[in-house]
Design a protein around this ligand. Sequence first.
Ligand code: NAP
Ligand code: MG
Length: 410
Amino acid sequence: MASRIEMVNPIVEIDGDEMARVLWHWVKDMLILPYVDLKTEYYDLHVKKRDETNDQVTVQAAEAIKKWRVGVKCATITPNAERVREYNLKKEWVSPNATIRKILDGTIFRAPIMMRNIQPAVRFWRKPIVVARHAFGDIYDGVGLRFQGPVEAEIIVKQGDGRTLCAKFPKIDGPGVIQGIYNIDKSIESFARASFRYALENKLDLWFAAKDTISKVYDARFKEIFNNVYESEFRDKYEAAGLNYHYFLIDDALARVVRSEGGFVWACKNYDGDVLSDFIASAYAGTLALMTSTLFSPDGYFLSEAAHGTIQRHYYRYLKGEKTSTNPTAIIFAWALALKRRGELDGTIELVDFAFKLEKAVRVTIEDDKVMTADLAKVAEPPINRTVDTESFIIAVRRNLEKLLHKSNP
Ligand code: NAP
Ligand code: MG
């Protein structure tokens, strides 16, 4: 066998839970380790490990990404009351993704993995639409009240410099409800910068959409910050790369998205991103297993993962000894993205080349060989009747990977 590809610096490997964890090791053992002398700094975020370390292992993993700049993460359980009982946990630990995102000041970019025989619901879409969600503030950190009868209401803000600001609502004829939300310039700026950088690195246009015609202070501030960041840091680079930045009103943007052929990053405010990322995901393939999720910071820290969760229902079947037809595509792509990024940063062309071939091997398996797990077979065109279990799928990918590797290294 040809010698394995050497790595210069490690990738931060973040292990997770349930079926995703099972797939994680199969993918590593069968598709990566035979070909790459894999260097990783390993952090085990199994929910029990997080519990034992009072979640410090999550913080350490995030800090490691700051050091090594590239990470790859397996899906992890975000514990709720049920999970606390199931795993006998000390408490409902917060979502590891939220902790990591906070430490890296990162933005999540969700990108569909497009396959020739998996048609998007929107027939014009030929290229990916990557949704970037600003995961800070707005209604997710807002306050609300129910009130009785007609009321007068105002928002009062006490600044650190002693000044008090006030905005009055028009007279309200209640009973009813009221809500206050906020955001901060620094977070909007980081979001804008990460979005511009990601789009530039991936040679895609950037769209940002809000409703500044109605939200004349709040959304207008987002629009202004995006514009400032573009003019002061990115315009020259975008022009040199032949890329564009567009601001649209959110309703106009959605209409344009549906008519477009794709091929851009769509930066969304928190709620818009929450709703639209799921919409775009299911409109592309009807399965989360064809979607990657990349955390990217304004400083260029990078963490890739599959967009799906731990696939709990499949895991329980696996524990009973059943073979499942779980799709490892997004996990394979998450690894490929991390290897590619590592290779690019370190100047190891063989690693980048391997990562491309790994992606290609999955593509050949699904598009040419028509070997598919159950979730894909359901949405493939033309329809596929025969499905394979996870291991058979990985073995088929491995066969194609071998062919691709041998083609260039006879
Ligand atoms: P999920 O793991 O994404 O799975 C939901 C359903 O989607 C599965 O039951 C399965 O449908 C289908 N599915 C997802 N990935 C698939 C794949 N690779 N191959 C085939 N089918 C796939 O979401 P969940 O069950 O709601 O969440 C489970 C756990 O994941 C939760 O504890 C949650 O906290 C965690 N989670 C973690 C992350 C993360 O770490 N980034 C993200 C989301 C959720 P069928 O059962 O119909 O086949
Ligand atoms: Mg959502």
